[in-house]
Write a protein of this length. Structure first.
Length: 442
């Protein structure tokens, strides 16, 4: 419990302070000053006594799992036993890696009433954390004091990759609108085995329409054929130093992890098994292939507190572990980044050894800033040429050309590639997976 004087009390104390400054020149003011001091002291004491009884009770509701980079709601409930309205200021202790939307919060409680206020937490780093103590302030009857109370509490939270994206996909899927997210409707499997009838979508080919079912239901209906099930997808996630680079405030590693999570969810919905292997110069985590809802949960629990390290990536370590743990043919999705010839040669050497036994897909991040610098000299370029030297333009163009050559070498080695900006990675990856399934390449 803590009592804090308000600006109103300070303003009252200024009056006798002015009289005290004048007493050397007007001695008769001494009695007036002393009387005024006594009156203010008595008034402040009586006002403080109104705060001895704590009429507030605090309660906090927070999700146990927060999504990285998203606004996650936290609800604060306050109950008052006071017989007068109270204006309350609230504040929570939050970890450094979690950004609150607004602190402190203000609300007005009616007499003997309750109120709720919601603020949001935006985590910037995955892992296990906890919300700390709650703090509240409210004023005395005359407003001369603020009482500050502290509720000692601990609410453990886990910051996971962007799990809300999975819920969004589920909602769209239930409404038969996967096409809004990743054009999934046009990428259904070949005509091998009938799966179901569903409403016609704009992207559906006319040959898929079932006219008998359409006449019976009085609305356009298409036949849907299921893809081959029980296949395996394994994600290789680079945790080396190059994956610490950021885009849109999130590291490339976290972009890759979010895309892996969505890929796992979509693959599990189609009946495939999904696993993950994270590595840098050693194997950091391994989640064996699993199917169904368990696949996504298993993947999240394996890597939710995993972060990239400032060490060099050893691709040999990852592919050796893959050889030992994966006997069945699988779609191997490698998330990585290369910036020099040494890393490029190591990546190409190991990736080109996969075709035949596995189906490899290499995901590389496109740097939009460097691409913009390289495109500055082109008509319609968004970068001011006057602010760039010829050396900067040439370096950016050379970097872009070098990256395109890397992508070309991977393609000529029989490796599928996905070279995309980090912000567009998730839908691009899901589209590529669905395309591979539709073409029955796995």
């Amino acid at each position: 419990m803590k009592f804090v004087p308000t600006s109103r009390l300070v303003a009252l104390l200024v009056v006798p302070l002015g009289l005290a400054a004048a007493t050397p020149f007007v001695p008769t003011l001494t009695k007036t000053m002393v009387a005024l001091d006594a009156a203010i002291f008595a008034l402040a004491l009586m006002d403080a006594l109104t705060l001895l009884r704590n009429p507030l009770s605090l309660h906090r509701r927070v999700p146990r799992v927060l999504s990285l980079g998203r606004d996650n709601p936290v609800t604060l409930e306050v109950r008052s036993q006071a017989k007068r309205p109270l204006r309350v200021w609230l504040k929570d202790d939050v970890p450094d890696s979690v950004e609150p939307s607004q602190q402190p919060l203000q609300l007005t409680l009616p007499a003997l009433g309750r109120a709720e206020v919601v603020y949001h937490l935006r985590p910037t780093r995955r892992g296990a954390y906890e919300l700390g103590d709650q703090h509240a302030r409210y004023a005395s009857v005359l407003g001369l004091w603020m009482r500050q109370i502290r509720r000692a509490t601990r609410d453990p939270i886990r910051v996971y990759p962007d799990v809300r994206a999975v819920r969004t996909y589920d909602l769209l899927a239930k409404q038969n609108r996967e096409a809004l997210l990743a054009r999934a409707a046009r990428l259904r499997g070949g005509e091998n085995e009938f799966e179901r009838l569903r409403d016609h979508l704009r992207d559906d080919p006319y040959r898929a329409i079932d006219w008998k079912a359409t006449a019976r239901r009085q609305r356009l209906t298409v036949k849907e054929y299921q893809k081959e099930r029980d296949q395996t997808v394994i994600c290789l996630l680079d945790c080396g130093r190059l994956m610490t680079a950021e885009s849109d405030g999130i590291s490339h590693f976290d972009h890759a992890l979010n895309a892996s999570l969505m890929l796992a969810h979509v693959a599990a919905r189609t009946g495939d098994q999904v696993g993950l292997l994270a590595f840098d110069h050693r194997v950091r985590a391994f989640s064996p292939p699993a199917s169904g809802a368990r696949a996504t949960r298993q993947l999240i629990n394996a890597v939710y507190d995993l972060h990239p390290e400032l060490v060099e990536t050893d691709y040999g370590c990852a592919f050796e572990a893959l050889e030992q743990r994966m006997r069945k043919r699988a779609l191997v999705v490698m998330f990585t980044q290369v910036v020099d010839d040494v890393g490029e040669r190591a990546l190409v050497r190991h990736m080109r050894a996969l075709p035949g036994r596995h189906l490899p897909l290499c995901v590389l991040f496109r740097d939009d800033d460097i691409q913009a610098l390289a495109d500055a000299a082109l008509p319609g370029g968004k970068v001011d040429l006057k602010s760039l030297s010829l050396h900067e333009q040439a370096a950016a163009a050379e970097t872009v050309l070098w990256r395109e050559r890397v992508v070309g070498r991977l393609k000529t080695s029989g490796v599928f590639t996905l070279h995309t900006p980090a912000a567009k990675l998730t839908p691009a990856l899901v589209n590529r997976y669905l395309e591979i399934k539709a073409r029955q390449l796995l």
